[in-house]
Write a protein of this length. Sequence first.
Length: 510
Amino acid sequence: MEQQSNGFPVLEVTGISKAFSGIYALRNASIKIFPGQVNAVIGENGAGKSTLMKIISGVYGNYEGQVLLNGEIVKFSGSKEAAEKGVVIIHQELNLIPELTIAENIFLGREPVNRLGLIDYREMHKKTTELLSRLDLSLNPFAKINQLRIGQQQLIEIARALLFDSKVLIMDEPTSAISDHEVELLFQIINSLKAKGVAIVYISHKLNELFQIADLYTVLRDGEMIGTGRMTDVSRDGLIQMMVGRDLRSRLNKKTTVLHEEILRVENLSFKNPVNKNSFLVNQVSFTLHRGEVLGICGLMGAGRTELLEAIFGLFPKYVTGKMFIGGKEQSINCINDAIRAGIALVPEDRKLQGLILNMDVAENTSLASLDRISRFSFINRKKEEELSRHFIDKLRTQVTSSQMEVRKLSGGNQQKVVIAKWLAVNPKILLLDEPTRGIDIGAKAEIYNLIDELTEQGIGIIVVSSELTEILAISDTILVMSESRQTRTMKRSEATEEIIMKAALMEIE
């Protein structure tokens, strides 16, 4: 199948191969990117998508094959040179500096200066405000990045890319942590960029999204180009089969779970805002979780979903009130160690910042939360650590060359599997999963869904926060909806529809 488009490609890669430690991430891959069109690059985690984009944008300079920009062979020395030539990338993993402000991050390396040669902060403030306005973000340009939620940070990455006069704009999972409203705004911006002739390379695992916004597609599998063509000429099932080489069926017919005894009960849980003591991040939330049950929590960004999990896990005990009962007995969770001892584990939303130590290897990361089980007299038993790591590598089918491979070298999906392994190693009774499939391909999602099934069959109670309503409906037994820090509705899956959930997420208390 050949891509077809009017005119000539603005960017073309031919015969690209790239290996890491002797293992090929890309093998003889080729793609054409056309101006004024959204070119979707699709594939499972580890298929080579991000590696290809890093080659195109100058992050990786050592590769076989050619990159042509407007018909001329180019080899960028780095992403800065690529951006200067009009090829800009928005990475899936955020590349912001937490201690700098929004404006400083957006203008980093290209700060406007006044006549005295000093940074013109007034001009930075003005242009930053204009960019944020385009994304419908009411944020102070001088607010620090570490004060923002991950979804807001992702929008700042997009704002930074919009500052360039791009010929080719690469978006790697740009909607993985933003709300439906923000997705609509992003699509409006993409359409305006298309009208100006900008070529958009769009990577996403959300296939419904691709059928909305993409003109062309290229599918990668195991580092090779499998198929390419117009989105109007392919079906969702056709794309999935090209991506994974097998047919994956929907889980919407999940069997009804027989509820066992109560494992967790939360009564009137509140989490005061540490910055504004007169407001709440979570306000008077109550629910019950049973053994073997999946409780799905949904709501718009800022509704308090993540904060609810953080409160349960004891991250901010000073600001949390209410009661928690585990196995029918009231528990005081005043720190993370209290939570772990009580049988609670949390897989956080931001795996890179909160879940992993990136310069440590897979085995070391896997054992981080359970060192007491593999240590004696404060010395780690490396053999036990290796056995623990190998068990979860096999169980989760994590793609690694060895357990000594540095976590930072793994794809996003495989990094997520290491985070999950770390917390499964503590043998939890209650597992809190915050956006567990964010930025993960459809095949890896199916594996995580199967893992959730296995864990519930073992009697583990699971609470899942997800921004994808289809996911919430597919995996949950009970659904709790939040809006403006409070729960607006709790229902069984059999009662729920996307319309009912969205109505509850957009309203205040019934």
